[in-house]
Design a protein around this ligand. Structure first.
Ligand code: CTP
Length: 385
């Protein structure tokens, strides 16, 4: 709280019941220069004023530090049984949480599921880190260092570097119907594309996400359009791309589709069907015409000859950047929460992004995209009609 005040933020503090066993409210009143909220959500004098609503309206950001396993679970479930959680429920702005607990608690499946829920809702988690824990043991679960928490708060409150820009992201696989119940598809999970869309929105861009069939929640602030087939993806991209400043083709578009999907379910008594395939249009390549002024980013999933293939695709598809990853590795890429990529550029050496969580990679990739956008000083695209 002191460090945030040093940086010019007005800070108010609310304590959970458990927190009061660790720190005296008076201390925090001195530190923040404001009354400390504690206990229930109604004012103690019985006036019936809903202080949690006032607090939620007042704040631009909610920072939970340290966030215990219990607090994180209550947040994920939407429980409101004290001042802190009812305020969180009434609050619609950004939330930064710095988890802290024993390493064994951190590893629990229930807690990890709650964290996944919170991340999907846009809660920014900082830490924990490895180090000495309250119990005296050493392990994962120590609260992140104060400067890192302050940096996360500042980052969420800084006006986004993509404000006024429009970003179009495609994500996930496409399913090409064979008959009403079967399709040709691929193993793309959509996680990388969704992380990129979340990052674009977080940076203030108007963000369109054209998503193939995946079961992922829509990131906050993202306008999502669901599609199934490559031809549907193509028509949505064609519609939206002309107004975009940046198009990121993270979708794993099926290259071929069955020429004549059966209207009724194929029966095995009829024997193995011969399925004739037709090529699907190459959407990234077509973007040269549909969005000539936009920064165009392609993805390439390769199992061998990564560098040669990626440079070839960059040229052949007229992309400005090509993000390549090696899908023959089980630890990264398809379905994984982590990825490691090599980004190929025109007239410059490739940039390597070593293995990291997809959300972090999305942030780092957008640093590159944003600087490319600025460098080529592209004018913002015309506003959508
Ligand atoms: N892509 C596309 N339309 C297609 C196929 C791919 O827009 N019909 C885009 C993908 O979204 C990705 C990039 O092109 O950004 C590379 O896709 P990839 O499937 O690796 O390229 P292909 O040209 O299909 O090459 P390959 O023979 O390796 O499948």
């Amino acid at each position: 709280m002191r460090r945030l005040r040093d940086r010019g933020f007005a800070v108010r503090c609310a304590l959970t019941r458990a927190a009061e066993s660790f720190v005296a409210p008076l201390t925090l009143e001195v530190v923040t220069g404001a009354p400390v909220h504690r206990g229930e959500w109604l004012e103690a004098n019985g006036s019936g004023r809903e202080l949690h609503i006032d607090a939620a309206d007042w704040a631009d950001l909610l920072c939970l530090a340290p966030a215990t396993a219990h607090l994180l679970a209550r947040l994920a479930l939407g429980l409101g049984d004290d001042f802190v959680t009812t305020t969180a429920l009434a609050f619609s702005g950004p939330i930064v949480a710095a988890p802290a607990m024993h390493a064994r608690m951190w590893g629990q499946a229930a807690l990890q599921a709650h964290l996944e829920t919170l991340r999907a809702r846009g809660v920014r988690l900082v830490g924990p880190v490895e180090g000495p824990l309250a119990s005296g043991e050493v392990g994962m679960g120590r609260m992140a260092e104060v400067p890192d928490i302050v940096a996360a708060v500042e980052e969420r409150l800084r006006p986004g570097d993509l404000a006024g820009r429009t970003v179009l992201v495609t994500a996930g696989p496409t399913h090409e119907p064979i008959d009403p119940v079967r399709y040709l598809g691929n193993r793309s999970s959509g996680k990388m594309g969704f992380a990129l869309a979340a990052e674009a929105a977080r940076r203030g861009a108007r963000t369109w996400l054209v998503a193939g069939p995946v079961a992922l929640p829509t990131p906050p602030g993202v306008e999502r359009i669901d599609v199934v087939r490559a031809l549907e993806l193509e028509s949505e991209v064609r519609r939206l791309a002309p107004t975009a400043d940046l198009v990121v083709m993270a979708a794993a578009v099926a290259d071929f589709r069955p020429a004549r999907p059966a209207a009724t379910k194929l029966k095995k008594e009829r024997g193995a069907p011969g399925i004739e395939l037709l090529p699907n249009p190459d959407i990234l390549a077509a973007l040269r015409q549909w969005a000539p002024a936009a920064l165009r980013v392609g993805f390439a999933a390769e199992t061998d000859g990564l560098e040669a293939e990626a440079s070839r695709k960059l040229e052949a598809k007229g992309a400005h950047l090509l993000v390549a990853n090696d899908v023959s590795r089980a630890d990264i890429g398809f379905g994984s929460d982590e990825n490691e990529v090599l980004v190929f550029r025109r007239d410059a050496e490739p940039v390597r992004f070593s293995r990291r969580p997809k959300s972090e990679l999305a942030r780092d990739l957008f640093d590159l995209f944003a600087s490319e956008l600025a460098r080529t000083s592209r004018e913002p695209a015309p506003l959508a009609g």
